[in-house]
Design a protein around this ligand. Structure first.
Ligand code: ATP
Ligand code: MG
Length: 348
């Protein structure tokens, strides 16, 4: 996936292998996102007690925060199986059929990037979600007839980086909507410690915090940076991670002290140097950076917005003082707002 390339410092396929190896298997191994985890624990308990499948769940949030992790942990908790596919792989209803007919009672069907499922497939899946049946059209023209086929009762788990792109009817058919947030440094440090142990890499407390602080609030990034630091210490040092070695490893990977990576900096530099700090439309930024506007809005901007490096105004993106500071540039004097709503962060 192109997205992994943006966020990591090691080859994508190798990182995804490590990613899978480090992925929590049970809810209690999932670090952080406590409110989400607690609600899921309750839902799992109820489902077991009632002998009913778990209600359909949608997870949304920026890449690498644990949507797939939660989706794969749930069938483990329930003792059921999981089938995995993704929105772009389902171009027509027939693509969904093998998954629906292979369902075990109470099992999970996971659809990643569910916002990219075509409308015809979406409509095909509605009766499956609501009544555990599908309508199949047999034959063509005058002789065409529709048969209704019963399915095993199952749980649909959807994941999306773009909850806004989900259609209303689709959204309404999910019983639980869980939004994943960026992680605290504390939680990320815990993830780093646990995963360093899994990778047989001794790490000091301050080194774990250093990695956590420089991982964009994102477990996948923390794992990739831990993986790089481990390579670094094994190649050049004794295989363990102290604060000093970790710092040097991250400096070598051009991860700056604030945890921003090359694309984050490039974004801020483009906004400040070429567009005078904004306001600037996302399309202009994307074209100048030679990236898609989806990459900007789904992967780069959520963290920059959360950390208040930028804001979204009705007239476009605006660099905040923190963005100037991190690039070592003098911040301009604040301009008088031109009209109402300039600093309306929700618009965009
Ligand atoms: N809460 C967590 N606790 C521990 N590790 C986590 C947690 N969330 C994510 N991870 C780690 O980060 C990796 C990436 O998470 P995951 O693949 O679930 O993200 P995602 O939200 O599905 O991303 P994408 O949008 O790119 O599909 C996982 O393999 C796992 O190792
Ligand atoms: Mg995923």
């Amino acid at each position: 996936m192109a997205r992994e390339k943006v966020l990591t410092t090691a080859p994508a396929d190798e990182v995804s292998k490590v990613d899978a190896a480090l992925r929590p298997k049970l809810l209690r191994e999932v670090v952080g996102q406590r409110k989400v985890a607690e609600r899921l624990e309750i839902a799992v308990k109820a489902s077991k007690k009632l002998g009913e499948p778990l209600g359909h769940i949608i997870f949304d949030g920026p890449p690498g925060l644990g949507k797939t992790t939660f989706a794969t942990v749930l069938p483990n908790e329930l003792g059921t199986s999981i089938q995995m596919t993704s929105g772009p792989a389902l171009s027509k209803p027939a693509d969904l059929l093998p998954f629906l007919t292979n369902l075990d009672e109470g099992s999970v069907l996971f659809i990643d990037e569910i916002h990219r499922m075509p409308r015809v497939v979406e409509e095909f899946i509605y009766p499956a979600m609501e009544d555990f049946r599908i309508d199949i059209v047999l034959g063509e023209g005058m002789s065409a007839r529709t048969i209704s086929m019963a399915l095993k009762r199952f749980t649909l788990i959807g994941a999306t980086t773009r909850s806004g792109m989900l259609s209303g009817p689709m959204r309404d058919r999910f019983k639980m909507h869980e939004h994943l947030e960026f992680y605290s440094v504390e939680d990320l440090a815990t993830i780093v410690r646990v995963n360093a142990a899994k990778l047989n890499t001794p790490i000091t407390e301050t080194a774990a915090v250093e990695l956590a602080q420089r991982s964009r609030g994102t477990p996948r990034v923390a794992n990739a940076r831990l993986y790089w630091a481990r390579q670094y210490t094994n190649a050049l040092h004794d295989g363990s991670l102290t604060e000093e070695i970790t710092r040097a490893a991250l400096d070598k990977a051009e991860v700056d002290r604030d945890g921003l990576d090359k694309n984050d900096r490039k974004y801020l530099e483009t906004l400040i140097d070429l567009f005078a700090g904004g306001p600037t439309g996302i399309e202009a930024l994307a074209a100048t950076m030679n990236l898609s506007s989806d990459t900007l809005s789904d992967e780069i901007e959520p963290y920059l917005l959360r950390e208040q490096y930028i804001i979204r105004s009705p007239r476009g993106r605006v660099a905040m003082p923190r963005a100037y500071t991190v690039l070592g540039k003098p911040a301009p004097r604040p301009k008088a707002p031109e009209g109402p709503g300039l600093f309306d962060a929700a618009a965009g």
